[in-house]
Design a protein around this ligand. Structure first.
Ligand code: ADQ
Length: 523
């Protein structure tokens, strides 16, 4: 009976990530409010239905007392979440320090924070020790809840030591590790004082996954150059043991967005926003307030656009929704001030008594309002300086069912996203529409994907303010009517299966399934 039951029940999956999909806010001694965490990892993984999933992670709050820990554990159990309790000092060194001050900027090619790099180097060892200690604590919680046959899927740069800790506890556990950020060139990884230990710890996993082939290649080169191991087409080999390394580009649960834009509450929001911004073109940025997202650069480009295009002053509004993140880290506090200063200056320079060109919000939006914003947007600006993937651009495209908005996309994302984004021909700009010289140069044909799909977004170098400003002007002026888009579809070689909205939706969804099922199959 037991065997039969098991055959019918779903495979259990323990997802281990630094943060749980909900954050806890204390409302009393034993009373907790759980709020959905905002971020790409949560958005990407919430759609998993193929497994019976449990999440293991930190709830984002310090809980020193037993009463609090017990009651929070019970509240989280209802959400299939299992907490790891980290004290404040550990969080400071492990999370704010090693993860966010060292690994995050290096993995995004940003270097160490400029002003306190000396202090960062001096505290490196204590931060690294805290990092290892925290990873061990995650492993201990996993051990407590592990059942034979479970798959343990570790996530992101916070938990690079976890595969090693888990395998030391039980060498039979099936362990996968997936990185949501870029894995940098081995020349960057080489500069890390803990470069070898980190790689060796990750290699303890059975399967190591990245968003793109490039990141996977960088990882394998780091292992061969720094550890002297052998890279094979399947991964990295160490004394006869193979760690599989593969690319599993993440997607979105597009069904969720397509269903949402049909809901009455979203339609109400759409009506409300259209009335509110009526008559003006809407540009949208949705980002965590993080240096990799290039928000100051985006604002400077918008300022330049306004300077150069006085005719547009009253006719366009930029909605920048920037959810605060890592608010304890000084670099992020500085970034927030910088962004506020630029927004204030632009609104002061170009606003009138009744309108301002930028609406900037330092908070997250609820899902329905977000979908409505995506739907009414004329031009979405995704100008990350680096990004593992970036799901906002997918979400925008998925919600553009009835409008033909234009996506301005950071060049650094194109190799990752070309295949997906370009499939959505209904938000494209036709190359034949490219007006002239400068603008034409902004529309590239991209490698294999562009040859087969031939349509896309406006690509920009986010550091080049002049280029982004010109792209904004172009995107606002372009008229994408159905005839243009249909003509575009006829002249491209898009496989028929990708030519309808529904097929696009299926395609993106299957992409996410591929990630999950691929992981399972490969393990
Ligand atoms: P993030 O850096 O968090 O994720 P991203 O992929 O853009 O970036 O996902 C952000 C998610 O949070 C989206 O689902 C978006 O809707 C939501 N979000 C962002 N700002 C919001 C706001 N103000 N209000 C409401 N919702 C908001 C990391 C990596 C990415 C990678 C993902 C997934 O940095 O490169 O794509 O993981 O692997």
């Amino acid at each position: 009976h037991e065997r039969q039951d098991r055959r019918h029940s779903k495979q259990r999956l323990l997802v281990v990530a630094n943060r749980l999909p909900v954050s806890a806010v204390r409302k009393g001694e034993a009373c907790w409010q759980l709020e959905v965490s905002v971020g790409g990892l949560v958005s990407a993984l919430l759609g998993i239905t193929e497994f019976e999933t449990r999440w293991v992670g930190w709830a984002g709050v310090n809980v020193p007392d037993e009463v609090g820990r017990k009651s929070l554990t019970e509240s989280l159990a209802a959400k299939r979440c299992i907490p790891v309790f980290l004290d404040e000092d550990l969080v400071h060194l492990y999370y704010n320090g090693y993860c966010n001050n060292i690994l995050w900027p290096l993995f995004h090619y940003l270097g160490l924070p400029n002003e306190d790099w000396l202090a960062t180097i001096c505290s490196f060892q204590s931060q690294f020790d805290a990092y290892k200690k925290a990873n061990q604590m995650f492993a201990d919680v996993v051990k407590e809840h592990y059942q034979e046959g479970d798959i343990v899927w570790c996530h992101d740069y916070h938990l690079m030591f976890l595969p090693k800790c888990l395998k030391e506890q039980n060498s039979n556990i099936k362990v996968g590790w997936f990185l949501h950020t870029p894995f940098p060139s081995s020349e960057i990884h080489r500069t890390m004082p803990s470069r070898s230990e980190l790689l060796t710890a990750v290699l303890a996993a059975d399967l190591v996954g990245f968003h793109t082939y490039d990141y996977a290649r960088h990882f394998v080169s780091a292992c061969t150059r720094i550890l002297g191991l052998e890279g094979t087409p399947d991964g990295v080999e160490d004394q006869g043991r193979l760690t599989r390394v593969a690319a599993f580009p993440i997607g979105i649960d597009s069904d969720r967005f397509l269903r949402a834009i049909q809901l009455p509450q979203v339609k109400n929001y759409i009506k409300e926003f259209e009335e509110r911004f009526g008559g003006r073109k809407v540009m949208l940025g949705v980002d965590r307030l993080d240096m990799i997202k290039g928000i100051p650069q985006k604002l400077l480009a918008f300022e330049k656009f306004l300077e150069e295009n006085p005719d547009w002053h009253d006719k366009v509004v930029l909605l920048q929704i920037a959810v605060p993140t890592r608010t304890d880290v000084p670099e992020y506090q500085k970034l927030t001030c910088q962004v506020h200063e630029i927004v204030g200056r632009i609104n002061g320079r170009f606003g009138t008594l009744t309108t301002v060109p930028i609406h900037h919000l330092d908070r997250s939006l609820d899902f329905h309002a977000l979908c409505a914003l995506y739907a009414i947007t004329d031009v979405a600006l995704v100008t990350s300086l680096r990004d593992g993937m970036n799901l906002v651009s997918y979400e925008f495209v998925a919600c553009q069912a009835s409008k033909k908005g234009v996506l301005i996309l950071s060049e650094v994302l194109i190799s990752i996203q070309a295949f997906f984004i370009l499939a959505f021909a209904y938000v494209t700009i036709s190359k034949s529409q490219g007006s002239s010289q400068e603008i034409d140069a902004l529309l590239f044909e991209f490698a294999g994907a562009a040859q087969s799909l031939g349509a896309g977004a406006i690509l920009v170098n986010p550091w080049n303010v002049t280029e982004v400003a010109a792209s904004i002007a172009y995107a606002l002026n372009i008229e994408l009517n159905d005839t243009v888009v249909e003509a575009q579809l006829r002249t491209t070689q898009i496989p028929p299966v990708l030519q309808t909205e529904h097929a696009c939706d299926r395609y993106l969804r299957s992409n996410n399934r591929l990630l999950i099922l691929g992981f399972n199959a490969t393990l």
